[in-house]
Design a protein around this ligand. Structure first.
Ligand code: F6P
Length: 368
């Protein structure tokens, strides 16, 4: 889809899906770049939910609203949600309802003529379908700590999450060494092991367990036994939340509100290691800590570049595209192509998989 280039615009801007560090830096870049072109930006609160009901939640975002503090501030000033698909919206009576036209009609009432959506792989199909239905030009910006959005080398938020996980592993190492313990750290990532793989290598752990490589606990235990020497009587394991044993399934937890989330594999792996290695073992679940904290310089940089490019794409009359990072620069691809690829998980010939194996890190499937 393309739109008329060059005319004065009013852009609606929203963040959708789970938050991560760097969202505010994207928002700031969109507002500043739009203002350079003399355009207006309207922020929509809580993803598409801000356009539901009689009292929509929108506000004008001016350059004076987005000072440099936002480069350092995690979360999103617009709020976000990873619930409430507008095409199957959960109603209080337990039914689901298609509320897509309500959102489109409320979007029109804002006076905006295009949308920039900041989201991950869950939000992209919804935003594309919604905007195609409403004839609204759309540009998306990828964000997620999981780094599982295809066709981009990085999504905003991933780098900070890796920093947080690496720091956690670094902090576990001295206490593990002091007590001759095995430490297990469970990290996020949904179906993709990018955080575990990157942080595990960066911190120099003994074992990395990924969703993409089902593990054999005996191989894990053997590796941990083999690294025990008189000078080194501890072990560090990082496990991605969707890792599963060979022939087994992922572990999930039911939240207070009935939603199902990944979780529990760290405790399971820790208990098995304690028994098989006869070692004192402790488990840490890093959780949402990975989504907060000051964004890394890299996340801020890509956020700034992505936000500016998103506005430039609208200015060029483009629509239905997602900005991406590829070969040291910003470019863009069709959102439909991103969706068609599904999810970007760790591939077996990923260079970091080879690095890990080359350094003797056990990935749970074969002796290191
Ligand atoms: O997709 C981002 C993510 O943080 C995943 O890594 C994690 O599995 C999930 O969101 C957690 O979701 P919630 O914030 O709903 O608990």
């Amino acid at each position: 889809m393309s739109a008329a280039p060059g005319r004065v615009r009013r852009i609606a801007l929203l963040t959708s899906g789970g938050d991560c560090s760097g969202l505010n830096a994207i928002i700031r870049a969109v507002v500043l770049r739009a203002s350079q072109l003399g355009w207006e930006v309207t922020g929509v609160s809580y993803g598409t939910q801000g356009l539901l009901g009689e009292h929509t939640q929108t506000r004008r975002l001016r350059p004076e609203d987005v000072d440099t503090v936002m480069m350092r501030q995690s979360g999103t000033i617009l709020g976000t949600t990873n619930k409430g698909d507008p095409f199957a919206y959960p109603m209080p009576d337990g039914s689901v309802k298609d509320r897509s036209w309500e959102i489109i009609e409320n979007f029109r009432k804002t006076g905006c003529d295009s949308l920039i959506g900041i989201g991950g792989d869950g939000s992209l199909p919804i935003l594309l379908r919604l905007t195609e239905q409403g004839g609204i030009p759309l540009i998306c910006v990828p964000k997620t700590i999981d780094n599982d959005v295809p066709l981009t080398e990085t999504a905003v938020g991933f780098d900070t999450a890796v920093e947080v996980a690496t720091e956690a592993l670094d902090r576990l190492q001295p206490t593990a060494a002091s007590h001759n313990r095995i430490m297990v750290l469970e990290v996020m990532g949904r179906g993709a092991g990018h955080i575990a793989l990157a942080a595990g290598i960066a911190s120099g752990v003994d074992v990395i367990l990924l969703p993409e490589i089902p593990y054999d606990i005996e191989i894990v235990a053997n590796r941990l036994r083999s690294v025990q020497t008189p000078a080194h009587r501890f072990g560090i394991v990082v496990v991605s939340e969707a890792a599963r044993p060979k022939g087994g399934t992922v572990r999930t937890q039911v939240m207070q509100d009935g939603q199902v989330r990944l979780g529990g594999v760290g405790a399971a792996v820790g208990a098995q290691i304690a028994e098989l290695c006869q070692a004192e073992t402790r488990v840490t679940v890093l959780g949402h800590v990975q989504r907060g904290g000051q964004p890394s310089a890299w996340d801020r940089l890509t956020a700034a570049a992505f936000g500016a490019r998103a506005v430039d794409l609208l200015n060029a009359g483009q629509s239905g595209r997602m900005v991406t990072w590829s070969q040291r620069g910003v470019t863009d691809v069709l959102i439909a192509d991103v969706i068609a690829r599904g999810s970007h998980s760790v591939e077996m010939d990923d260079s970091l998989v080879r690095v890990a194996r080359g350094l003797g890190i056990c990935l749970g499937d074969q002796p290191a």
